[in-house]
Design a binder for this molecule. Structure first.
Ligand code: C2E
Ligand code: MG
Ligand code: MG
Ligand code: MG
Length: 292
C-alpha cells in the first residue's frame, strides 16, 4: 500500500512485504482447507486446586495439525482467523469439540471436570453465539456450569452495553465467564465494576516475576484480595515452579495452571492419566503427587 511505509518506519515491513503478503494469502486458503479437512485439534492443560493440587478442570487450547508443516500453534493463525472471519467457524468447532469432550469425561465418571474455552471478542459478541452454545450443550446433555468461557480484556474495548448484556445473558444461561490474561491490558477494572464475571486469570507475566520482583508479588496479592472482596475465583497462569505455587498458595489464589503441573497435551494423554491416577472422579497429577 502507499501509506504503509509511513506508518511502519521500523523498516521491518518493506523488505518482507512480498513474502508477507504471499504467506498471508496462502495461509488463509490453507486455514479454510485445514478447517474443511478437520485438521484442528484441542490440547488440554490441567487446572488444579491451589491448596490441594487436585485437578479441577482443563483449558482447551487449539492446535493445527498441518499435513506438511506439523503442529502449528494458535499464535501463528488466530490473528489471521480473526481478520478473515474464519474465527467464527473455528470457534464453533472449538465449542462443539469441548462440549463433546465434557460429555465423554462425564460418561467415564469424570463429570466434575470443567473445560475452559478461549473466545475471540467478535465471536463472543455475535448474535448467534448464545444460541449455538445452547444447542451444543443440549444435544450433548452437558450442564452449562461445566463450560467456562474465557474472554480477554480486548472485549472491553467493544461497546460496553453490548458486552454487559451479553455477559449477563450467558450468566443467566448458567455459563461462567473468565477474564484471561488479567492485568495485561488497559481496561481490566472495567470488568470488575460492570460485568458479572466469575473468574479472573492472573496474567503469566506477574506469575513469572513472583520470585524475583516484590512489585509483582504486591500486584498479585492485590488482585487476589480484590477478587476475594468481589467473590471471584482467581487462577494463576503459567506456574512453572514449586516456589511460585507456594507463594500463590500463601496469597490465597484459588486455582493454578502451568507447565509445573502439565503442558497442554492431546486428549489421549488426559485419558491415560484418568486411567492410571483417577480415583472416584478425582485426579492428582503424578508430577505433583509428592507435594499435594
Ligand atoms: P491463553 O488463553 O492465555 O493460553 C495460555 C497459553 O500459555 C497457552 O499457549 C499455553 O500453552 C501457555 N502456557 C501454559 N502454561 C504455561 C507455562 O507455564 N509457561 C509458559 N511459558 N506458557 C504456558 P498457546 O496454547 O500457544 O495459546 C496461546 C494463545 O492463543 C492463548 O493464550 C489464547 O489467547 C489463544 N488461543 C488458544 N486456543 C484458542 C482457541 O481455541 N480460540 C481462540 N480464539 N484463541 C485461542
Ligand atoms: Mg486462555
Ligand atoms: Mg491467558
Ligand atoms: Mg492470551
Amino acid at each position: 500500500g502507499r501509506k504503509t511505509s509511513n506508518r511502519k518506519s521500523s523498516g521491518v515491513y518493506n523488505p518482507d512485504m512480498h513474502t508477507y503478503l504471499k504467506e498471508t494469502v496462502l495461509s488463509e486458503m490453507n486455514l479454510r482447507k485445514g478447517l474443511d479437512m478437520n485438521e484442528f485439534k484441542l490440547f488440554y492443560q490441567p487446572q488444579v486446586n491451589c491448596r490441594t493440587g487436585e485437578v479441577i478442570g482443563f483449558e482447551a487450547l487449539i492446535r493445527w495439525q498441518h499435513p506438511e508443516r506439523g503442529l502449528i500453534f494458535p499464535g501463528e493463525f488466530i490473528n489471521l482467523a480473526e481478520s478473515t472471519g474464519l474465527i467464527m467457524p473455528i470457534g464453533e468447532w472449538v465449542i462443539q469439540e469441548a462440549v463433546q469432550q465434557l460429555k465423554k469425561w462425564a460418561e467415564r465418571g469424570m463429570g466434575k471436570m470443567t473445560v475452559s474455552v478461549n473466545l475471540s471478542p467478535r465471536h463472543f459478541l455475535h448474535h448467534n453465539f448464545p444460541f449455538y452454545l445452547d444447542k451444543c450443550i443440549r444435544e450433548a446433555g452437558v450442564k452449562p456450569e461445566k463450560l467456562i468461557l474465557e474472554i480477554t480484556e480486548n472485549v472491553a474495548l467493544e461497546d460496553q452495553t453490548a458486552v454487559t448484556s451479553r455477559i449477563s445473558l450467558l450468566k443467566e444461561m448458567g455459563f461462567s465467564i473468565s477474564i484471561d490474561d488479567f492485568g495485561k491490558g488497559y481496561s481490566a477494572f472495567i470488568y470488575l465494576q460492570h460485568f458479572p464475571i466469575q473468574q479472573i486469570k492472573i496474567d503469566r507475566q506477574f506469575i513469572s516475576e513472583l520470585e524475583t520482583d516484590s512489585k509483582s508479588t504486591g500486584i498479585v496479592q492485590t488482585i487476589i484480595h480484590l477478587a476475594e472482596l468481589l467473590g471471584l475465583q482467581t487462577i494463576g497462569e503459567g506456574v512453572e515452579t514449586k516456589e511460585q505455587w507456594d507463594i500463590l498458595k500463601s496469597l490465597g489464589c484459588s486455582e493454578l495452571q502451568g507447565y509445573y503441573f502439565s503442558r497442554p497435551v492431546p486428549v489421549q494423554e488426559i485419558d491415560g492419566l484418568f486411567d492410571k491416577y483417577g480415583r472416584a472422579g478425582k485426579l492428582i497429577l503424578p508430577s505433583i503427587v509428592d507435594y499435594a
